[in-house]
Design a binder for this molecule. Structure first.
Ligand code: ZN
Length: 168
């Protein structure tokens, strides 16, 4: 296993579309292991392959604080979603920013396991929200894109001020 480095906003690779996994082989298993290890070390609750520069539709979620094996979702697809709610989110790729976004509080998802077995699962609350956040990464979307206009302006202003500070 190896630790992967996590791309940070505004890295353009975070905006690329991920591709469906076709080969459930050793290269995929290595990616899944590396994502799980990187998630554990970074103390996040979810990590998607594109955040590490890999363009496969793979994400891992761990809401147990490292107590259980992370859940693995490959080629995930939302089959149904209900009950929009406002939740506070942050992201390993956008350090230091927290903001409220609208998500569904219940989703039904279909995905594949690392062995290539299809499964369906109903998620509610944080697991549902986390899955939607990570699935956004598979289509090049970041949670800051979903913030209110006012909050986005504050975020952009903060980001350019940070860039100027770095350049100085
Ligand atoms: Zn994220």
């Amino acid at each position: 296993m190896a630790l992967l480095s996590i791309l940070e906003y505004p890295d353009p690779r975070l905006r690329l579309l991920a591709q469906p996994v076709e080969a459930f082989d050793v290269s995929l298993w290595r990616l899944v292991d590396d994502l799980c290890e990187t998630l554990g070390v970074s103390k996040g609750i979810g990590l998607a392959a594109p955040q590490t520069g890999d363009r496969r539709q793979v994400l891992v979620i761990d809401l147990s604080g490292g107590e259980a094996e992370p859940e693995v979702y490959i080629n995930p697809e939302i089959l149904a979603s209900t009950l929009p709610c406002l939740v506070e989110e942050s992201c390993l790729s956008v350090p230091g920013v927290v903001g409220n976004v609208v998500r569904s509080s219940q989703v039904r998802v279909r995905a594949y396991s690392r062995e290539g077995k299809a499964f369906e699962r109903d998620l509610e609350g944080m697991p549902a929200v986390c899955l939607q956040h990570e699935m956004d990464h598979l289509v090049g979307k970041l949670f800051v894109d979903r913030l209110s206009l006012m909050r986005r302006l504050q975020f952009r202003f903060g980001a350019s001020a940070r860039a100027r500070a770095k350049a100085a």
